[in-house]
Design a protein around this ligand. Structure first.
Ligand code: GDD
Ligand code: MG
Length: 319
C-alpha cells in the first residue's frame, strides 16, 4: 500500500480573482473540488492515507475534508507558514507519514486518468529512487521537459525552457522512495523541479519515467479549468446540475455546463460551456458563455457575460 502527498499550497496566480478566497485545488470541476477528483484517483490506485501539503489559504481545506472518512481515506494536514516550494512542501508533509513504503506525490492542480497503480508497480520493480509520470504535449514551454533513454531512465530535467528539447513533459505525479525525500533539507525553500530532480539525475540516481498519455490536464488557467469540467460533464450528458440547484424550466443550460448546489438559474437564462458554482443567483434572461462564476456570485437580470471569471465582487475577462 502506498501513501500520498498532495501539493495544494500554491498561490494560483493565473486564476485570480477566483483564487483570492479559494485555493486553486478547491475550485470545482464537474461540481466537486479538484482535490476530490484527485483523492478518488489516488484511492482507486490503492492509496489509503493522504497528506495535504497546504500553505496559501490552508484554513479552507480542513473544514471540507476533515479526517477523510467521508471519502473512505485517511487525510492529514501539513501547513507551511511560508510556502516552502514543491520540495520543501514534500519534505515537510512526509514528516506526518511514518512510512517505509513508496510515497506518491501529486501536483494539486492536475487531473489525470493514467494508471497510477502501474506507475507504482514499475517504480518498485526498478527499485527506483523516483519515478515520474511523463506525458506528451504540443507546446512544452510551460512545463518541465523530461527526456528519457531507451530504458526509460530520465536523462535530464529541464523546467520551463523557451526551446523545449522534447515534447515529453513532467505530468506532476511522482513515486518516491522515502529515503530520497529524507535527503531534502527541512524547513527550507526547495523546488523539486529546479533543484531535487536535476541534482538526482546529475548524481546518477535511479530516476525513471513512466510514460502514459491517458487523459491529462493541468487546470492552472481559467480556460483549462473550464475545459476539464466540460470534458467530464460531457461524458455523461449536456450539463450537470448538482443536488439542491434549481434551473427554471424556461432556462437553457448546455455545452457541458455545471450548476452547483443551491444555485438558482432564472427564467430565460442561457448558460453555455460554463461552471456556475454553488449558492449563485443567475438573473432571468441573462447569458453566460464560456465563463466561471464562483461561489455565491449574483448575476443581474439580462446580463451578458462571455469568457470571464466572475466572483461576488469582481469580473475579469479570461486572457
Ligand atoms: N504546499 C505547497 N507549497 N504547494 C506548492 C508550493 C508550495 O510552496 N508551490 C507550488 N505548490 C503546488 C501548487 O499548488 C501546484 O499544485 C503544484 O505545486 C505545482 O505548482 P504549479 O504552480 O501549478 O506549477 P506549474 O504548473 O507551473 O508546473 C508544475 O506542473 C507541471 C505539470 O502541470 C511543474 O511540476 C512542471 O514540471 C510540470 O510540468
Ligand atoms: Mg500547475
Amino acid at each position: 500500500m502506498a501513501v500520498a502527498i498532495l501539493l495544494v499550497g500554491g498561490f494560483g496566480t493565473r486564476l485570480m480573482p477566483l483564487t483570492k478566497n479559494t485555493p486553486k485545488p478547491m475550485l470545482t470541476v464537474a461540481g466537486v473540488p479538484v482535490t476530490e477528483h484527485q483523492i478518488a484517483m489516488a484511492k482507486s490506485a490503492g492509496i489509503t492515507e493522504i497528506v495535504l501539503a497546504t500553505s496559501y489559504l490552508s484554513e479552507v481545506f480542513i473544514p471540507h475534508f476533515g479526517d477523510g472518512s467521508k471519502w473512505g481515506i485517511k487525510i492529514k494536514y501539513a501547513v507551511e507558514n511560508e510556502p516552502l516550494g514543491t520540495g520543501g512542501a514534500i519534505r515537510n508533509a512526509a514528516q506526518l507519514l511514518d512510512s517505509k513504503e513508496s510515497i506518491v506525490v501529486l501536483n494539486g492542480d492536475v487531473l489525470s486518468s493514467h494508471n497510477l497503480k502501474e506507475q507504482i508497480k514499475q517504480h518498485e520493480a526498478h527499485d527506483a529512487d523516483v519515478t515520474l509520470h511523463l506525458t506528451q504535449v504540443e507546446d512544452a514551454r510551460a512545463f518541465g521537459c523530461v527526456p528519457t533513454d531507451e530504458e526509460g531512465r530520465v536523462t535530464a530535467f529541464l523546467e520551463k525552457m523557451e526551446n523545449p528539447v522534447t515534447n515529453q513533459i513532467n505530468a506532476g505525479c511522482y513515486v518516491f522512495n522515502p529515503r530520497v525525500i529524507s535527503t531534502i533539507p527541512l524547513d527550507t525553500v526547495v523546488s523539486v523541479e529546479r533543484e531535487t530532480f536535476p541534482q538526482l539525475v546529475a548524481s546518477g540516481a535511479k530516476v525513471f519515467g513512466y510514460v502514459e498519455s491517458a487523459y491529462w490536464l493541468d487546470i492552472g488557467t481559467p480556460r483549462a479549468l473550464l475545459k476539464a469540467s466540460i470534458d467530464i460533464v460531457k461524458r455523461n450528458g449536456e450539463f450537470l446540475a448538482m443536488p439542491g440547484s434549481f434551473i427554471d424550466p424556461a432556462a437553457t443550460v448546455a455545452g457541458g455546463s455545471c450548476i452547483g448546489a443551491n444555485t438558482v438559474i432564472g427564467a430565460g437564462a442561457v448558460i453555455e460551456g460554463s461552471i456556475i458554482e454553488s449558492g449563485c443567483v443567475i438573473g432571468s434572461n441573462s447569458t453566460i458563455i464560456n465563463s466561471f462564476v464562483a461561489t455565491g456570485a449574483n448575476i443581474a437580470e439580462n446580463a451578458k457575460i462571455a469568457s470571464s471569471c466572475v466572483t461576488n465582487s469582481e469580473i475579469l475577462l479570461i486572457p
